[in-house]
Design a protein around this ligand. Structure first.
Ligand code: WQD
Length: 339
């Protein structure tokens, strides 16, 4: 039974990936310091999987604690590294905390793979690295643009740290550039748990529809798009989780020539904000209250993925449509209300 360390394994994408790893017979160890989630996510994982993975509550940016944790896990087949601060706006207010946490944890973990290159490494990156791409759909060889936020910088430089570490120490890694993960597990036992006012579109929609928030503010309807609102590539979180299984299996099979490979995780389809709202209304039969508001600083007009490299390299494609994501997100919101 191969053992995999999942950092941030109680988070949104992490928890869904843990469920898929357990379903495929991997032994999973979760490390999560609850910086952006809650301990009861482990109950949700256990209720779906019928297994309760080991959970270590440590700060991976602490080199002593991280080394002590890893010393007890000498045979890891892989590390899937989700744990990071990820709020774009917050990163502008607290850049040093973002660099300390996101780089410190990454480097501490890579010390392990430097000593044990048989342990493969998967890194959560983001389409944020592309900024406003020059052409759409966005290919992995599109130029990386100057980061628009310290958060985006931690993803760009994180990929560079991977490449330099792999070149010097001989380990293998894959960076997965997420577009916009949304939705929740179809069992409604795990999902997105935004703490505080949601910054992202879909959790704000579900909380507004649940009466927890006022009307949705649509940030800008004067963009050069088919309906004036921004375009993004919204991908079901279960599809994103499955892509991590495929990436791990590619690494374990020793496929690929580059020590560090990069793949987009998107559906290849762009949707405007108004189209997301319409999909929510169709999926749930509920009318969403919204109003137009000024543009949000830092938003790009449009971003959606070229999916060809992931299809060819990972043998993976997103399969769940936008309406299914909205239905699952709403079911999860209703389950939260019942907690
Ligand atoms: C999507 C669209 C908003 C909220 C960010 C990060 C990215 C990743 C996902 C971490 C935009 C509009 C939003 C609202 C709105 N994060 N919107 N009203 O900005 O594409 O991506 O989150 O990995 O790295 O950059 O996602 O959901 O915030 O916004 O109109 O209340 O919805 O303007 O056009 P984004 P988002």
């Amino acid at each position: 039974m191969k053992s995999v360390l999942v950092t941030g394994g109680l988070g949104f994408i992490g928890s869904h990936t843990v469920v898929e790893l357990l379903a495929r017979g991997y032994r999973v160890v979760i490390v999560d310091n609850l910086a952006n989630t809650r301990a009861e996510v482990l109950d949700g994982i256990a209720s779906i999987s019928g297994q309760r993975p080991t959970w270590a509550n440590i700060d991976l940016a602490d080199p002593v604690a991280c080394r002590a944790l890893l010393a007890g896990l000498p045979e890891l087949a892989g590390i899937i590294h989700f744990a990071a601060h990820k709020a774009v706006g917050e990163s502008v207010q607290k850049p040093l905390a973002y660099y300390r946490n996101n780089f410190g944890s990454l480097v501490n973990l890579l010390d392990y793979t430097a000593e044990r290159p048989q342990c493969r490494f998967i890194f959560s990156s983001s389409c944020t690295v592309y900024g406003q791409a020059d052409s759409l759909p966005i290919r992995e060889d599109a130029p990386v643009k100057p980061a628009e936020s310290p958060y985006g910088n931690t993803k760009q430089v994180g990929e560079e740290i991977l490449r330099d570490g792999a070149r010097a120490h001989g380990f293998r890694a894959i960076a997965l550039r997420y577009f916009n993960p949304i939705g929740a597990h179809p069992t409604a036992r795990i999902g997105e748990l935004p703490l505080g006012v949601p910054q992202n579109l879909v959790p704000f929609i579900t909380q507004s529809a649940a009466g927890l928030r006022g009307a949705l503010k649509v940030f800008g309807n004067d963009y050069p798009t088919r309906d004036g609102t921004c375009i993004r590539d919204y991908i079901h979180v279960v599809d994103v989780a499955l892509a991590h299984i495929y990436a791990l299996e590619r690494l374990l099979a020793g496929k690929g020539s580059d020590p560090v490979e990069v793949f987009n995780l998107g559906t290849g389809t762009g949707s405007t904000v108004l189209e997301v709202i319409a999909a929510f209304e169709r999926a749930t039969g509920r009318k969403l209250q919204y109003e137009f508001a000024p543009r949000r600083a830092g938003d790009v007009v449009a971003a959606y993925a070229d999916t060809g490299k992931a299809a060819a390299g990972l043998g993976w494609r997103a399969e769940l449509p936008l309406e299914r994501s909205m239905a699952d997100a709403w079911r999860w919101q209703q389950a939260l209300a019942g907690k």
